[in-house]
Design a protein around this ligand. Structure first.
Ligand SMILES: Cc1ncc(COP(=O)(O)O)c(C=O)c1O
Length: 482
């Protein structure tokens, strides 16, 4: 009882500042980062903006910290939004009561705690559905896009394996789709990995040619996590429909991994003819450890569940629905629906500022991806005549990724960039700049300055660069082995 009462206090404070995210954007990201720190085990605080003097009075178990700038904390500028996004403080506000007061099991049918949690979970389901043009009953909550991708790719393949054993995907999918497909190959399925063109787009002709009467599933991502290229989803779906009609076979199901697309660009599952889709909470300013799968009910997409148990989530994903983070995902989705065009305009402006700022002072920079069909919040640049690792090491004050966040543990050149035909050197010297809702102009300007400084310095130390400056064509040079 005591614990509950103590934990309620900061909630009142947190909810008393509903506009803090927009305030934070105007006042720069650090305001969002300056979270208060709990001083006891009683609970966590959610205040993010500087609070008024009167409100700073000591609360049992809590110490309210003032907002800190990145300069004060010494933390690098965060430009890695494809890896993960900071949680929007409004999302945290929405989640907090579910940890402290409304902690019922949403599947409890016999009391108000259960009904209340269930109501909030269903509200979250509606927000996710509204964001993608689906009905709420088509949305299944999962632990994230990795689980949704596994569930959909393996689930659909397994359900149809009696009659159909062929799957089509692309060479540039996220590892969790590629590895699900590789696993299916070990189980006797055949998989076609479509190549991509130099800008990362698939060819619809290639897709048409790969389709077979026994293709059960086509899985093609919406926005690539490394280069931001947007695949033509509606056109892909049309190719599948036309093939089925012409050949009088049942249509292959169309799944898209939309972890990097949902909430960032308009996605409408009905208009785009998508049968199944994967969504991740932490890519849209929501919590980590939660996501969703869109699995169409009419006409019904059939799949074999991966997890068996209590039969929750239409029997497709057993296990108690984690109400607090699901509610966080719902609120993140609601905010994305509300703010998508403002976010997009803000991010596009910063993206252009970054590209212009760098290319104005640094030559021999190649943009990887397709600027005409790309998400502006993902800018992938290769810096010729610079060694990739040295570049990252020298940029310690900026949190960036070279290649995919999920593969950066290995030093292999990015398989996505290689699929575009980039040389190993250019793939190695690539940096991915991920811009988001809370990125500021000042941060972009600081990063531009750092990049210009670092690339210039590294090139000044490079014998290759000296040769280029002297007008020597490096391709004409015969290198000896030792
Ligand atoms: C395109 C894509 N798919 C799937 C995932 C995995 O998402 P999650 O972290 O929610 O499992 C990621 C994350 O990096 C991604 O970028």
């Amino acid at each position: 009882m005591h614990a509950v009462r103590a934990a309620r206090q900061p909630l009142r404070l947190a909810l008393a500042t509903p506009l803090r995210a927009s305030v934070a954007r105007a006042a720069s990201v650090p305001a969002v980062r300056g979270l208060a720190t709990p001083t006891s085990k009683v609970g966590a605080n959610v205040s993010d903006a500087p609070v008024a003097e009167a409100e700073q009075a000591e609360l049992p178990g809590f110490k309210l910290a003032p907002a800190k700038s990145t300069a004060m904390t010494g933390r690098p500028i965060y430009l890695d939004m494809q890896a993960t996004t900071p949680m929007d403080p409004r999302v945290l506000d929405k989640m907090m009561p579910l940890f402290t007061e409304m902690y019922g099991n949403p599947h409890s049918r016999t009391h108000a705690y259960g009904w209340e949690a269930e109501g909030l979970v269903e509200e979250a389901r509606e927000h996710v559905a509204n964001l993608i043009g689906a009905g709420p009953k088509d949305v299944v909550f999962t632990s994230g896009a990795t689980e949704s991708n596994n569930m959909i790719v393996k689930g659909i393949a397994n359900f149809h394996k009696g009659k159909k054993k062929h799957i089509i995907t692309t060479q540039t999918e996220h590892k969790c789709v590629l590895d699900s497909c590789r696993f299916l190959q070990t189980q006797g399925f055949e998989v076609t990995y479509l190549p991509v063109g130099p800008t990362g787009l698939i060819s619809l002709e290639d897709l048409k040619a790969a389709l077979r009467p026994d293709t059960s599933l086509v899985s093609i991502m919406a926005v690539n996590n490394e280069i931001g290229v947007i695949q033509p989803l509606a056109e892909i779906s049309q190719v599948l429909k036309d093939y089925a009609k012409e050949n009088k076979v049942t249509k292959a199901l169309f799944h898209t991994d939309a972890a990097q697309a949902v909430g960032k660009i308009p996605i409408d599952v009905e208009a785009m003819g998508i049968d199944a889709m994967s969504i991740s909470g932490h890519k849209i300013y929501g919590p980590k450890g939660v996501g969703a799968a869109y699995v169409r009910r009419r006409p019904r997409v059939r799949l074999e569940p991966l997890i068996h148990g209590g039969g929750q989530e239409r029997g497709l994903r057993s296990g108690t629905v984690p109400a607090p983070i699901v509610v966080g995902l719902g609120e993140a989705a609601r905010l994305c629906s509300q703010e998508m065009s403002a976010d997009h305009a803000h991010i596009s402006k910063l993206s252009q500022r970054l590209i212009d700022g760098i290319t104005k002072d640094v030559e021999h920079v190649v943009r990887n991806g397709d600027p005409k069909h790309g998400y502006p919040g993902c800018v992938n640049l290769s810096f010729a005549y610079v060694e990739g690792e040295s570049l990252l090491m020298a940029l310690k004050d900026v949190a960036l990724s070279s290649g995919s966040a999920c593969t950066s543990a290995s030093l292999e050149p990015s398989y996505v960039l290689r699929a575009l035909g980039a040389s190993d050197d250019m793939a190695h010297s690539s940096l991915r700049f991920g811009i988001g809702r809370f990125t500021t102009e000042a941060e972009i300007d600081m990063v531009v300055n750092r990049i210009v400084q670092v690339v210039t310095k590294l090139r000044d130390m490079s014998p290759l660069w000296e040769m280029v400056q002297e007008g020597i064509d490096l391709n004409s040079v015969k290198w000896s082995d030792h």
